[in-house]
Structures are given as structure tokens and as C-alpha cells.
Design a protein around this ligand. Structure first.
Ligand SMILES: NC(=O)c1ccc[n+]([C@@H]2O[C@H](COP(=O)([O-])OP(=O)(O)OC[C@H]3O[C@@H](n4cnc5c(N)ncnc54)[C@H](O)[C@@H]3O)[C@@H](O)[C@H]2O)c1
Length: 339
């Protein structure tokens, strides 16, 4: 069974390709390598022993997208990861983000509608909740006005899919709202490849410990949380990847209750920045050089998922711990340092 994974050489996409191949799916990847490297393909092959079909293609090129789908009319599902994801950059270059995250989604959906079987999984984000009033956050928590153009593209993206599903019952879609995916594959063959200065906590930690960055800044220790630092729900990327396979299987088996469903992907547990640092120091045996600095604008205080809906309807729950994720991220960083 053929499945298209857009952005399949990226961080979450590559881990999902591995899990799809393990389950016997024939995977076709589209990626323009704007935030990934062709070597990721070798990593996937090293883990699974199978080479996915790879098309280096920019999804902003509508004609090429149309040409691709004409050639692959037997696709039975699309998992759409391709997008730009740096929140800070999106504030500086909003039109780039709207073009890359919205146009590409529309072009893919336009072609998906023409297929006989139109199953679609979308990478959404917990950013749609903003600072939710109640913890843990359920899927019915109100979507808040987005703080950044990036966050807005996820909200608009969900609306575009929902509107499409409303008028076209053939389209079956699931939006997965990720909390904070981290870690790397246990084989240490694939992981996160941040280009430039990392925007996320975990690569910043591992790069600091690995000697690439001098010091980690912890933004604020005066938040109303037990240790004063911000709380997030860090989820191992392999658990996230497995959830995609299960969500796709739900659509393929027509087990979905409506043709646009939304699920949180998180562990259900919040960890503070200082707890993450402690976990890193425990599993790596390294002492991290960090300092507390002023709060950063735009950070929500706390966000962690209520996972009951995903547990019940997808029959999925996370298997890996924060320590597992931190150890894999550290091993991955060490393998990059060797190159
Ligand atoms: N990583 C996170 O913390 C996180 C959290 C919530 C949601 N998401 C969403 O999950 C998805 C995957 O995230 P990721 O962390 O794996 O990001 P990533 O940048 O590692 O992967 C995205 C991939 O898409 C490719 N791509 C981007 N624009 C493209 C285009 N126009 N045509 C073809 N390929 C294109 C990039 O080269 C990259 O390989 C994104 O949609 C992101 O917004 C990520």
C-alpha cells in the first residue's frame, strides 16, 4: 500500500517513514531539502533496509505537484509534514510562512480530492491552544488567537481541511496536535538536524553540552510553576511517529467517526525546563552550562496534553520516557560531533 509522506526527510517525517516501512507500507517521500539533508535517506535505509521512493520537489510548485499525483494515482494516504516551523522566523517573514504552509497544503488537498481514496493526516500543533485556561489541555479547549504567523498557519490549515471535509465526504482527515516532539531514533541513524542556532530547548541543550554553544539561557524562573520555569509536554519523536501509523490505519480501516478528527499527541505529563536539564544531566553524566535570564516574550507558562482521546480512539499511548528521549538526543548529538 502506497503512502505519500511530504517533508519525509525532516525530523518527525523521517521517523514516521521508518515506522511506516516497518509496518510494510510502500513509502514515497516528497521533500525540497529546505530544512533537511539527503543523507537522512541513508539513515532510513540503514534502519529499515528499504529505500523509500524519493522525489526532490518543492510543493509550492503547483504544476509539479499535479504532475507528481498524476504519476502516483495509487496513493492510499498522505501524511503532510512539509512546512516551515520556526516561530521567530515566521514573525519576521510572515508571507514566506503563509506561502509555504498554506499554499502547499491547498495544492496537496486539490490533488488528494482527485484520488480514489483520499486519506489525509495533518501536522498540527499545541500552539493552537495558546495559554489554555485548564491543564491538562483537551481537544475541546478553545483555539486561541495565534501568537505568530507560524501558529496561525496551523489554525488556518486545520480550517482549510475541515472546510474541505465538509463538502467532500470522500476526504478523510485527522489533524494531530503535537506537543513537544524531542529525541532521536534509538539506532542513532536519524534525529533532529537544526540548521543554524536551534530554536528549541533540547537541541540547544545537547549542542551546549557538545561544545557548539557556550551556554543555555533559561528564560525566566519566576513563572507561577513549582520551580518557576515554563512547563511543556515533551514527547519522544518515535512515539509521535507511531501515532501517525495508527492514525493512518484508522482511516484505512474506516474506523474514524467523522471525516475530520483531531487528536492531541503528548505524554500527559508536564516537565519544567529545570526538570528537562536534570534529566539530561542524569542520563548523560554531563554538567550543563546554563544561566537564568529574563522571561522571553510570547512564551506560554504551561502546556501539557490530556491524552485520553488519543488513548481511547487511537488505542495509542506513549511508551518512551523523558529520560529515553534525552539520552537518544544526546547520543545523536555525539554522533553528529564525530562527523
Ligand atoms: N518539531 C516540532 O516541535 C513540531 C511541533 C508541532 C508541529 N510540528 C509540525 O510538524 C511538521 C514536521 O515538523 P519537523 O519538526 O519534522 O520539521 P522539519 O523542518 O524537520 O521537517 C519539515 C520537512 O519539510 C520539508 N519542506 C518544507 N517546505 C517544503 C516544501 N515547500 N516542499 C517540500 N518539502 C518541504 C523540509 O525540507 C523538511 O525536511 C511541520 O509541519 C511542523 O510545523 C512540529
Amino acid at each position: 500500500m502506497k503512502v505519500l509522506v511530504t517533508g519525509g526527510l525532516g525530523f518527525i517525517g523521517s521517523h514516521t517513514v521508518v515506522e511506516l516501512q516497518k509496518e510494510g507500507y510502500q513509502v514515497v517521500i516528497i521533500d525540497n531539502l529546505s530544512n533537511s539533508s539527503i543523507e537522512v535517506l541513508d539513515g532510513i535505509v540503514a534502519i529499515t533496509g528499504k529505500k523509500p521512493i524519493f522525489e526532490q520537489l518543492d510543493l509550492r510548485d503547483k504544476t509539479k505537484v499535479q504532475g507528481f499525483f498524476k504519476q502516483h494515482q495509487d496513493i492510499k494516504g498522505v501524511i503532510h509534514f512539509a512546512a516551515s516551523k520556526a516561530v521567530g522566523e515566521s514573525v519576521k517573514k510572515p508571507l514566506l510562512y503563509y506561502e509555504n504552509n498554506i499554499n502547499t497544503l491547498v495544492y496537496v488537498l486539490q490533488e488528494l480530492e482527485k484520488l480514489e481514496i483520499a486519506n489525509f493526516i495533518f501536522s498540527s500543533s499545541c500552539t493552537v491552544y495558546g495559554q489554555a485556561e485548564k491543564m491538562p489541555i483537551t481537544e475541546s479547549a478553545p483555539v486561541q488567537k495565534a501568537e505568530s504567523p507560524y501558529g496561525n498557519t496551523k489554525q488556518i490549515g486545520e480550517e482549510i481541511i475541515q472546510d474541505t471535509c465538509k463538502i467532500n465526504p470522500k476526504v478523510q482527515a485527522i489533524a494531530l496536535r503535537y506537543f513537544n516532539p524531542i529525541g532521536a531514533h534509538q539506532s542513532v541513524k536519524i534525529g533532529e538536524l537544526p540548521i543554524g542556532v536551534p530554536q528549541n530547548l533540547i537541541p540547544y541543550i545537547t549542542q551546549t553540552a557538545g561544545g557548539i554553544r557556550e551556554q543555555l539561557s533559561v528564560f525566566g524562573d519566576d513563572y507561577p510553576t513549582p520551580d518557576g520555569t515554563c512547563i511543556r509536554d515533551y514527547i519522544h519523536v518515535v512515539d509521535v511517529a507511531i501515532a501517525h501509523v495508527i492514525a493512518l490505519q484508522r482511516l484505512l480501516a474506516t474506523k474514524n467517526e467523522i471525516n475530520f478528527e483531531v487528536f492531541n499527541l503528548g505524554t500527559g505529563t508536564g516537565s519544567s525546563v529545570l526538570e528537562v536539564i536534570e534529566s539530561f544531566e542524569r542520563v548523560s553524566g554531563e554538567k550543563l552550562n546554563y544561566k537564568i535570564v529574563a522571561r522571553r516574550e510570547g512564551d506560554v507558562i504551561s502546556a501539557f496534553a490530556d491524552t485520553q482521546k488519543a488513548n481511547k480512539y487511537l488505542g495509542w499511548k506513549t511508551e518512551l520516557t523523558l529520560d529515553d528521549a534525552m539520552l537518544s538526543a544526546w547520543k545523536w548529538q555525539q554522533s553528529l560531533n564525530k562527523d
